[in-house]
Design a protein around this ligand. Structure first.
Ligand code: UTP
Length: 289
């Protein structure tokens, strides 16, 4: 069955980026000239997804407004002959069909995904954590969908992380290799305090089969007192099998200031209209400090 829908859990508090996120959603933080969420939504559209579901919360209005029409702005741009910008703004508001679901309390990522149960129904779907921004030739969501199409099973994105960082991620135990970069998963544990099963971490891109919802309904609060998506995926893995895919691309954790800064530098250097300027700034700065 085609992956038509992408769920974006955006109801978290974003405490690692305070004070920036005190009055503004984390997903609205800008990377060069557009908010994080716009990169992530563009990624799923490029991968052929037709419908976007935001699992949202109080104080996330700016996110909804960003993808809505702004007649007064459009009028201004039209009057002042800024046709190109006007076209960009219109394209943005018609980018995709968005459904909003409220997560009333931040009970964890697993709980946020469960909030999409009725909207999803019996179809496979993507889950995107928009603070993981991934620079790649082929959208990572598409890489995962291709592997889902091969296996008919849930597929999570994997990345190798330094041994000392394993306690920050969901860490998997790799099983049999099924294809290039594709492994059956024999186990997984969220933020292991000791003895991680490997140094392969789950990153914020998933294709999940609808069985995950039943599993989430039974999942108790785990690591950090939150309902963890990893725990529910493990249950699905035991019953039906789940795969992990070592994606091609560079991932930036824009949920913290170091990852965000790194992303700004790399994205500027990738852009034709910014590269020379960015190189100059970096050269000048490094000779000064
Ligand atoms: P994070 O672990 O990054 O948490 O959530 P956070 O609250 O966003 O940020 P910090 O750690 O306080 O800085 C991973 C993803 O899951 C969503 C977040 O919005 C983010 O996209 N999430 C998390 C929810 O939607 N609901 C929750 O209850 C928890």
């Amino acid at each position: 069955m085609k992956v038509r829908t992408a769920v974006f859990p955006v109801a978290g508090l974003g405490t690692r980026l305070l004070p920036a996120t005190k009055a503004m959603p984390k997903e609205m933080i800008t990377l060069i000239d557009r908010p994080l969420i716009q990169y992530a939504v563009q990624e799923v559209i490029d991968a052929g997804v037709e419908r976007v579901v935001f699992i949202s919360a109080r104080s996330k209005r700016a996110l909804e407004d960003h993808f809505d029409r702004t007649p007064e702005l459009e009028y201004q741009l039209e009057e002042s002959g800024k046709d190109e910008v006007l076209e960009d703004m219109r394209r943005l508001s018609f980018m995709c069909d968005i459904t909003y679901v409220r997560q009333k309390e931040p009970l964890g990522l697993g709980h946020a995904v469960l909030c999409a149960k009725d909207v999803i129904g019996k179809e496979p779907f993507a889950v995107i954590l928009p603070d993981d921004i991934i620079m790649s030739k082929k959208p990572v969501t598409q890489q995962l969908i291709e592997n889902y199409n091969k296996t008919g099973r849930s597929v999570v994105s994997l990345m190798e992380v330094p041994a000392e960082d394993t306690s920050k991620y969901g860490i998997v135990e790799l099983g049999e290799q099924a294809d290039k970069g594709l492994f059956r998963l024999d186990g997984m544990v969220e933020k292991p305090k000791s003895n991680p099963p490997s140094n392969m971490a789950i990153i914020g891109r998933y294709i999940l089969t609808p069985e995950i919802m039943e599993s989430l309904e039974k999942t108790q609060a785990g690591s950090g007192g939150e309902i963890q998506l990893t725990d529910a995926i493990l249950e699905v893995a035991k019953k039906d099998g789940v795969y992990g895919y070592l994606f091609e691309g560079q991932r930036f954790d824009c949920g913290n200031m170091y990852g965000l800064f790194e992303a700004v530098v790399h994205f500027a250097l990738e852009r034709d209209d910014m590269r020379d300027f960015a190189v100059e700034v970096l050269k000048n700065a490094s000779s000064k400090y």
